[in-house]
Design a protein around this ligand. Structure first.
Ligand code: NAD
Ligand code: DAU
Length: 349
């Protein structure tokens, strides 16, 4: 397969790129290299003859059209996005631009590719999205592919808009669009502003671990390698016009998850001077419009594409903690280069 992956220098995109190369595919990684990107995430495959990289903004439609025409992908896997909810609250503009205008630009570039007659017969546009488009659940129920869209943050509204564009390009222009909506990912190479790396790194540095509100919000966690596996299956065998939900069947309240990570750290770093990391937990001001609960019903992708998560949350979280312990240079470099922290992080009650 010739895969054009957007956002392949980010957290999930780089997992897709690494796995695609290991499976023998050709990959063109298109990434603007925003603050969230890191070339180190794909350093392990950068020397492969089957790997190419282009630093480009997906909003640049003429450049994207030319690139697609040259590379002639079998599939475009579109992951590039602004992704941090707190940043979208502090400054929505980049989210509207990349997530909506950028997706439009890419859909148009691929429409040109298909209309020019150069695309292969079974070409697919795989639009990668989030469960946050469905809004927030109460204590019971799960999101299915038929759940109504009720986005609550600028991030999720922009992603929901991009899903709608992808759908419309399929219905109106016959674009062969496959959409996937996934729950919260965790694992190696996650940028240190999201919950899991914030908890691990703050705990290692003896700093407060900020938990928003009461910590009773629920997320459904999936190991990033399992998401990459699901995405590569959907990209190859997903049916155009269909949506597939992807989730980990691993719901946890934030506070339970934070305590789980603290316990793993206690175990990994035990010694006479070690203190329980839980002592660092600090409840801080809540996120505005904070979605209470996400839970994904992933029956369809399990049934139709034969995918299931391979790693339990206990195994995956321990592997993740160990990765951050063994790869301090990766996150210390990011912090040394500096990045604006979303204003919400670190706010005390
Ligand atoms: P990330 O923030 O780690 O990486 C995003 C990447 O996109 C970065 O490499 C960045 O440089 C690139 N990018 C941003 N704007 C761009 C532009 N205009 N042109 C080209 N490249 C650009 O994101 P992630 O967490 O890996 O998420 C990837 C995708 O998966 C996103 O579409 C996100 O909505 C979706 N998703 C994420 C999660 C999650 O838990 N992280 C869950 C479900 C779905
Ligand atoms: O559900 C999928 C989504 O998961 C993706 O679409 C997003 O791109 C991704 O960022 C993630 O969104 P969340 O807002 O759920 O992830 P985040 O890591 O920011 O927060 C997870 C939960 O933890 C959420 O309830 C807010 C809370 N939180 C977050 C941070 C950063 C804290 O309590 N403290 C924190 O410091």
């Amino acid at each position: 397969m010739r895969l054009l992956v957007t956002g392949g220098a980010g957290f999930i995109g780089s997992a897709v790129v690494r796995q695609a190369i290991s499976e023998g595919h050709h990959v063109l990684n298109v990434d603007k290299l925003t603050y969230a990107a890191n070339p180190a995430n794909v350093a392990g495959v950068a020397d492969s003859k089957r790997y190419q990289f282009a630093q480009l903004d997906i909003c640049d439609q003429p450049a994207m059209t030319a690139l697609i025409g040259d590379f002639k992908p079998d599939t475009v896997m579109h992951l590039a996005a602004e992704t941090h909810v707190d940043r979208s609250i502090d400054g929505p503009s980049a989210f509207i631009q990349t997530n909506i205008v950028g997706t439009y630009s890419l859909l148009e570039a691929t429409r040109h590719y298909v209309q020019a007659g150069t695309a292969p017969k079974d070409f697919r546009f795989h639009h990668i999205s989030t469960d946050e488009v469905y809004g927030s659940l109460g204590a019971t129920g799960e999101f299915t592919e038929d759940s109504p869209y009720q986005p609550n943050s600028p991030y999720s509204a922009a992603k929901a808009s991009s899903d709608m564009l992808a759908r419309a390009w399929g219905e109106t222009y016959g674009a062969p669009v496959v959409v996937t909506n996934c729950s919260n990912n965790y694992g190696p190479y996650q940028f240190p502003e999201k919950l899991i790396p914030v908890v691990i790194i703050n705990a290692l540095e003896g700093k407060d671990i900020p938990v928003y509100g009461k910590g009773d919000n629920v997320r459904d966690w999936l190991y990033v390698g399992d998401h990459a596996d699901a995405l590569l299956r959907a990209a190859q065998t997903g049916v155009p016009g269909e949506t597939y939900n992807i989730g980990g069947r691993a719901e946890r309240t934030n506070i339970d998850l934070v305590k789980m990570i603290c316990a793993i750290l206690d175990d990994e770093l035990s010694g006479p001077s070690a203190k329980p990391h839980e002592q660092l937990i600090s409840f801080v001001k809540d996120r505005p419009g904070h979605d209470h609960r996400y839970a994904i019903n992933c029956d369809k992708i399990e049934r139709d594409l034969g995918w299931t998560p391979s790693v339990t949350i206990e195994e995956g979280m321990r592997q993740t903690v160990q990765w951050y312990l063994e790869n301090k240079a990766w996150w210390e470099d990011i912090r040394a280069r500096g990045f604006d922290t979303a204003a919400r992080q670190g706010l005390k009650k």
